[in-house]
Write a protein that binds this ligand. Structure first.
Ligand code: FES
Length: 105
């Protein structure tokens, strides 16, 4: 699984989130108390831009109709059939790397 450099860790302080584009993918990067998470960045309801929502207690809230997603699991909190893809991350030399499946890299 290719590990793609995304953004600098200093651009994502604890409690913040940022949108990152790779090829046709929009990925939401979140810093939950120092744990860097990467999930699909467009809401499965109507493709709302999650980076423009709110990030609170590990949950991202979609700006359009307020669906909530757990940024660790990608799972929607009220709809068990809705979930976001989750991508493994690692920080090397101060840069956040996101592991993108081979077919999407
Ligand atoms: S587009 Fe996200 S809740 Fe509707």
């Amino acid at each position: 699984m290719p590990s793609i450099p995304a953004i600098s860790l200093v651009q994502l302080p604890p409690g913040s989130m940022a949108s990152w584009e790779h090829e046709e993918l929009t990925i939401l990067l979140c810093n939950e108390n120092g744990e860097i998470r990467a999930i699909e960045g467009l809401c499965p309801h109507a493709r709302g831009p999650l980076a423009q929502g709110n990030f609170l207690d590990g949950l991202v809230i979609c700006p359009w109709h307020a669906w909530e997603f757990d940024t660790a699991s990608g799972q929607c909190t009220h709809n068990p059939r809705a979930a976001l893809a989750v991508y493994p991350t690692e920080v090397r030399d101060g840069i956040i790397h996101v592991q993108i499946p081979e077919s999407r890299a």
